[in-house]
Design a protein around this ligand. Sequence first.
Ligand code: SF4
Length: 315
Amino acid sequence: MKNHLWNNKPYHSLDYHLQEKFGEKIYKISLNARMTCPNRDHSIGSRGCIFCSQGGSGDFAGSPSFSIYQQIEEGKKYFLDSPKNTGKKFIAYFQAFTNTYAPVSYLREVYMEALSHPDIVALSIATRPDCLEKEKLDLLEEIQSKKPVFIELGLQTIHEETACFIRRGYSLPCFEETLRACRSRKIPIVVHTIFGLPFETEKMMMETISYLAQKDIQGIKLQLLQVLKTTDLALIYKEKPFKTLTLEEYVDYVVRAIEILPETVVIHRLTGDPPKDLLIAPLWCLKKRVVLNTIHKEFQRRNTWQGKKYKRLTS
Ligand code: SF4
């Protein structure tokens, strides 16, 4: 076993990355900046991606009735009240809906409000590649000269037929163009992927990861498809229940995915944290500790680690 570079973990974890970058433990506070999404306001569609909850995939974000500063204060309480009481610095995570889908003046206001909080060391902004026009990139570049900014893009899959089925609403070339534009400004990119999307085979899922392994991305969030109440996926599931991933399948895909990613890509997430009251299937993912332990054990059992099977392909 390569006993590693990443505090004895077989992968380059976000925790490790933040400790290295900031010299201390850093937590993320999820925020709701009262934006919407072109997939919900009728610009592209009105019902959102088929798996997206009413909370815009930000069910743990702060209350939109609070200001950004107040949401940070509320989020801090949660961490400071925890028995571990570790971490005094935080990342402001703009999570709910599409967090660059507003006029630049509004974006400047909410990002600056977060940065005005003395305990915020960086911004993480979840968005879509079709919502990052030049003026918004200019703003992010400007902010980045003051504090680190991470842009999180919900790609989920590289396969157009799946993207169409889940109603993602933008194409792979759109993702590639935005990735290039962000990287030309040195803005770090974190890509979200989902394993177990309807009709995706194991080969298709690994093709998405192999594709990303060759791209200039700085982080990845791995996730499994979860069927949540109030989504169109739940309606499809109710009408014709389809197979969701088992724990064993998911663990297998995660380990194989990490093996083919380069060591430089930070693993921001290994599994999702579904809202308990909304989850329909698969129920095993509620036991996050068990999922993480099973993944760690599987790395050991296979005597493998991040990048073990990574191959740089020349284009
Ligand atoms: S792009 Fe994001 S916020 Fe918009 S519908 Fe899809 S998952 Fe939800």
